[in-house]
Design a protein around this ligand. Structure first.
Ligand code: ADP
Ligand code: MG
Length: 357
């Protein structure tokens, strides 16, 4: 096990990268603490697999270093990094039985037979594949192939990190939920560093203690699920996490005074910086229908079970509110209240309000 440090990492797939857009990874400085359960979350194409492949050594970064504890491994091939990587699609030997597939990473490293049998039994029990151990892998369903692939990633107990690259893509929804809980449970048991890559916020938030959010080749925030929900450092995080995501509203800011559609709005605290494009961020959970406040008109009401999502127009800008209990009717004129301590200003995407101590 080791702490993993990525230092000044940049990567381009082009031979002569020039502008920032030529880089799949722009500038990454990141520490993965030993034993952590991490999720790497971001939309398709933001650079998640590139980052994993650089950690495992399948790719050499254009710039920067990778350290395991204080050892520089940037130039080491994958087999010398002691890493297990599980990919989006199953990687198994079709001609071998399930048992031999699971045993393979251990046999390869000369582990004693008795210990191999023990580990294979443990992993098979965890994944609930005991009844398939003597089946040839080519006979398995895609679901089960991927389970075995995950098992191969988990069977060694001497790895620096286990990395999963969207491993549940081919798994059906019911089993997905189950496997995700199993992984979480397993992490708590073995305490190996795990990095779980996904574009699905639910998967990330249920698995990880720390979530690393990426956009466009950059890390925009690292935090616990609660931190990401409560105080997004970037409008992208606010929008990407939450259902519905944070309202991101164009505003005018002059000397700390914020106006939205010509109406003054109080923000959480002191405004920092100046210039740039300013937006107000407030989650729908903290927008309420009130006796007085911002003038708005109801556009649409959706009952989503435990609560309703009310979409209103303030001037020309749509705003969403999560409402418990009675809801206004479509077309009604209402007033909106934004909970002040949850109302933040963003400048060019980054948070620009400070909470008063
Ligand atoms: P993610 O895993 O988040 O979906 P990737 O790391 O696969 O993202 O891709 C990041 C960017 O790099 C994308 O623009 C993608 O098109 C590009 N890319 C990925 N792999 C290659 C490759 N082998 N050659 C050229 N470009 C690539
Ligand atoms: Mg990927």
């Amino acid at each position: 096990m080791a702490k993993i440090t990525l230092s000044n990492l940049r990567h381009s797939y082009l031979p002569n990268p020039k502008s920032a857009e030529d880089f799949a990874l722009k500038e990454i400085d990141l520490d993965w603490e030993d034993g952590g359960a991490y999720a790497l979350l971001g939309p398709s194409g933001c650079g998640k697999s590139t980052l994993l492949n650089i950690i495992s050594g399948l790719l050499t970064p254009s710039e920067g270093r990778i350290l395991f504890d204080d050892r520089d491994v940037t130039d080491l091939p994958p087999d010398q990094r002691n890493i297990a990587q599980v990919f989006q699609f199953p990687v198994i030997y079709d001609t071998m039985t399930v048992r031999d597939n699971l045993a393979f990473p251990l046999r390869n490293r000369g582990v004693a037979d008795a210990r191999i049998a023990e580990r294979v039994a443990e992993i098979a029990a965890m994944l609930e594949v005991e009844d398939m151990l003597d089946v040839r892998a080519s006979h398995l369903s895609p679901d089960n192939k991927q389970k075995i692939s995950m098992g191969r990633g988990l069977v060694r107990d001497d790895v620096n990190v286990v990395m999963f690259d969207e491993p549940l893509t081919v798994i059906d929804p019911h089993l997905k939920w189950k496997l995700r809980s199993k992984l979480k449970e397993l992490h708590q048991r073995v305490r190996a560093t795990m990095i779980y890559v996904t574009h699905d916020q639910t998967e990330a938030l249920t698995f990880a203690d720390q979530v690393v959010v990426m956009q466009d080749g950059e890390v925009v925030q690292i935090g616990t699920p609660v931190e990401l929900f409560e105080r997004p450092q970037h409008t992208f995080v606010g929008h990407f996490i939450g259902s519905p995501g944070m309202n991101v509203l164009p505003v005018v800011e002059t000397d700390g005074r914020v106006t939205f559609e010509g109406q003054v709005v109080a923000v959480e605290g002191k405004v920092s910086g100046q210039g740039g494009a300013t937006e107000l961020g407030i989650r729908p959970e903290f927008v309420s229908i009130a006796e007085a406040g911002l003038e708005a008109r109801v556009r649409k009401v959706s009952d989503v079970g435990r609560h309703s999502v009310v979409e209103v127009m303030v001037g020309d800008t749509p705003v969403k509110a999560v409402v418990e209990g009675a809801v206004p009717v479509q077309g009604a004129s209402v007033f909106l209240n934004f909970a002040q301590e949850q109302t933040r200003l963003y400048r060019d995407g980054w948070i620009a309000t400070e909470v008063s101590p």
